[in-house]
Design a binder for this molecule. Structure first.
Ligand SMILES: O=c1ccn([C@H]2C[C@H](O)[C@@H](COP(=O)(O)OP(=O)(O)OP(=O)(O)O)O2)c(=O)[nH]1
Length: 150
């Protein structure tokens, strides 16, 4: 069992830790730890770092990916600018969500609103080695639509 540790901050008070909404969900929803009296309004094209109110410790060999919620993206054009955001296993600062409003109207984020989702995934840190030649393959240098676009 992979264990992720959370340390909550003062402004997290009363909010829910990241949670999986269904039994097999890949992402645990993250909530905005904004002051109740100061919701955050994002104008079209505007971006902001939204606090989650917690810090975390992932086990070595894991990362957390911060991804948009498709419902917010579809209905309001609200997405993560740096998707997927990367949380390193050695990061101990507050986890923040970089949101951008790609919609045509302002969007207001309220305290406790589910703004993004977090996927915990294994990573590898391979050994990098420089060589003079790489092996031949059928694809070779073909890319960017070399097999056709339909
Ligand atoms: O959406 C994000 C992305 C990153 N981070 C935090 C955790 C991560 O471990 C740290 C650094 O992120 P990243 O490596 O993407 O940032 P960088 O621009 O390369 O900066 P740094 O020089 O701090 O690594 O910032 C977040 O809280 N939310």
């Amino acid at each position: 069992m992979v264990r992720v540790l959370f340390k909550t901050l003062e402004h997290f008070e009363g909010l829910q830790l990241p949670a999986y909404e269904t039994a097999l969900a890949a992402g645990a929803d993250l909530r905005a730890a904004l002051p109740t009296e100061a919701p955050m309004s994002l104008a079209p094209g505007e971006r902001a770092l939204v606090p989650t109110g917690f810090c975390m410790a992932l086990p070595a060999g894991y990362e957390a990916q911060i991804r948009p919620r498709s419902g917010l993206a579809y209905k309001h054009g609200l997405t993560c600018l740096n998707t997927p955001g990367t949380i390193d296993a050695d990061y101990r600062g507050e986890v923040k969500v970089l949101l951008i409003n790609h919609g045509q109207e302002s969007f207001t984020i309220m305290r406790g609103e589910r703004i993004a989702q977090m996927v915990i995934a294994p990573i590898t840190q391979p050994e990098f080695e420089q060589v003079d030649d790489l092996d031949d393959t059928a694809r070779g240098a073909g890319g960017f639509g070399s097999t056709g676009v339909n």
